[in-house]
Design a binder for this molecule. Structure first.
Ligand SMILES: [Cu+2]
Length: 149
């Protein structure tokens, strides 16, 4: 699938999740998953998020049918050493955009339940506020190096 088609799909799913016909509060784009490195059981997903509403939105988790677990993570660099930690929640301020990207926030995908192959796509769900669910499809890409956390 092309990136444009994926973005359209993500938007369509976001609209559907929102329901009632009003424009979606939370919109994801550019979602991609890096296939696990050989011998590894963890993958990472990145995406761009936009909060189009006039209130803040709190993410409190992620999930994927393709992985046993998914966690919100953040990489920080301290004294030149990168480390990452789970985040219980992430606030996306009203009207703001946020990037999940290498060296920063990411979605850790743990223990694939099936092969995650470049060129395929992986369903992802972001859970926010009380019962908010943003469903999207992330394109699987080949991981370039080991520092993409
Ligand atoms: Cu991580």
């Amino acid at each position: 699938m092309t990136r444009a088609a994926l973005v359209l799909l993500a938007c369509a799913l976001a609209l559907q999740a929102c329901g009632e016909g009003d424009s979606p509060a939370l919109v994801a784009s550019h979602a991609r998953v890096f296939a696990p490195l050989p011998g590894r059981t963890a993958s990472v997903a990145y995406l761009d998020l936009e909060n189009r509403s006039s209130r803040s939105i709190t993410l409190h988790g992620a999930s994927s049918p393709a992985f046993a677990r998914a966690e919100l993570h953040e990489t920080t660099i301290s004294n030149g050493v990168a480390s990452m930690r789970p985040l219980a929640s992430i606030v996306v301020e009203a009207g703001s955009q946020m990037q999940f990207e290498p060296g920063g926030k990411h979605i850790m995908l743990i223990d694939p339940l099936k092969a995650v192959l470049p060129g395929a796509s992986v369903p992802l769900q972001l859970h926010y506020d009380d019962a908010g669910l943003l469903a999207l499809e992330a394109e699987v890409q080949t991981r370039l190096d080991d520092n993409d956390n």
